[in-house]
Design a protein around this ligand. Structure first.
Ligand code: NAP
Length: 295
């Protein structure tokens, strides 16, 4: 069993769903001697302060990272570079910087030229979340039983990687190490495309002229309801995911469109066998997911 991770000072940059969950976990288990969080808007900071998530609060990323041995970037992936630029001058040598962004390759490319030598960057993605945002949405158990993917480059300090791994393991996560590009392909099909489909189907239903909005809401238990939960996810976060994982999402979307076209053909030609064969296979996938306790 690995020792419980401990940090002198943790700086949480962004204090939304993910970082506020991290704050609660660190506080609950005493994983840091002190903790500061940084938000862009004063009202977010006030909310975090009212919840007593940290010891110190600031809107200045440079002030936040001063003296921190662990910095966690928990802002939308499109904002990571500008936040890193704002804090780079105050990062102390030997500090570990990690992130929780849903896309990895562009984040690494954005941060590589910005972070000073002697600071260890360990890119990460806890694959856990909800459709809610902001400091009040978090809870310490969010990560329990889920997977976390770390995508360090080969030259990354092993001790730093191990410390970040131990942190997520302590949070209850199973941790995999993976190449950043591969992470982006895997997440394109398991997370990004499902969100795109949900956004699309809910948008289509909203634009229909032959079925009223009242009817869509009234009869939503037929399947639509599950899509609306996903389609309620944070618009800015998801805008940034698609803009930053463009290649992998477009590749998966191409495959998806081809398969959709063959389903369309099966329906047109009353090919019940093709439909039943697919629906049987997909039911098996659901069963494996339940067995793996990821349902
Ligand atoms: P969130 O609840 O929306 O919180 C985002 C935080 O980032 C807020 O504190 C916000 O501050 C700050 N922020 C937003 N735009 C900023 C900017 N341009 N500059 C500086 N700060 C900015 O987000 P979240 O769900 O915790 O997601 C954070 C990260 O985790 C994202 O990179 C996301 O891809 C990743 N992630 C999310 C999930 C999920 O299910 N939500 C799961 C895994 C990973 P203000 O409130 O002051 O604007």
């Amino acid at each position: 069993m690995t020792a419980t991770p401990h940090f002198d000072r943790v700086a949480l940059i962004g204090i939304g769903l993910i970082n506020s969950s991290i704050a609660r976990l660190i506080k609950r288990d005493g994983l840091a001697a002190s903790m500061i969080c940084c938000a862009r808007r004063q009202e977010t900071l006030d909310e975090a302060r009212a919840l007593e998530l940290c010891d110190d609060y600031t809107t200045d990323p440079a002030e936040a990272v001063r003296g921190a041995d662990l910095v966690v970037l928990g802002v939308p992936v499109g904002a990571i570079k500008s936040v890193a630029e704002a804090m780079q001058g105050e990062l102390q040598a030997g500090a570990i910087v990690t992130d929780v962004g849903s896309v990895k390759a562009t984040v690494i490319n954005d941060l590589r030229p910005v972070l000073p030598a002697g600071v260890h960057f360990v890119p990460g993605h806890p694959v856990a979340g909800t459709e809610h945002s902001g400091p009040s949405a978090g809870f310490a158990e969010l990560f329990d039983g889920r997977w976390c993917i770390l995508t360090p480059e080969e030259a990354t300090d092993e001790v730093a990687v191990e410390k970040v791994r131990a942190f997520w393991a302590h949070a209850g996560m199973r941790v995999d190490l993976m190449d950043a590009k591969h992470h982006d392909q895997v997440l394109a099909i398991t997370s990004h495309l499902p969100h795109l489909i949900a956004y699309n189907i809910v948008g289509t239903a909203h634009d229909l002229e032959t079925v009223t909005e009242r009817e869509v809401i009234k009869y939503s238990a037929g399947g639509f309801r599950d899509f609306t939960r996903i389609a309620a996810s944070d618009p800015v976060m998801w805008r940034d995911v698609f803009l930053n994982n463009r290649e992998a999402v477009l590749e998966m979307l191409g495959r998806f469109s081809e398969d959709l076209a063959s389903l369309q053909r099966a329906i047109r030609w009353s090919d019940g066998d093709a439909l039943e064969e697919l629906f049987t296979r997909t039911r098996e996938i659901r069963r494996s997911l339940i067995e793996a306790k990821q349902a």
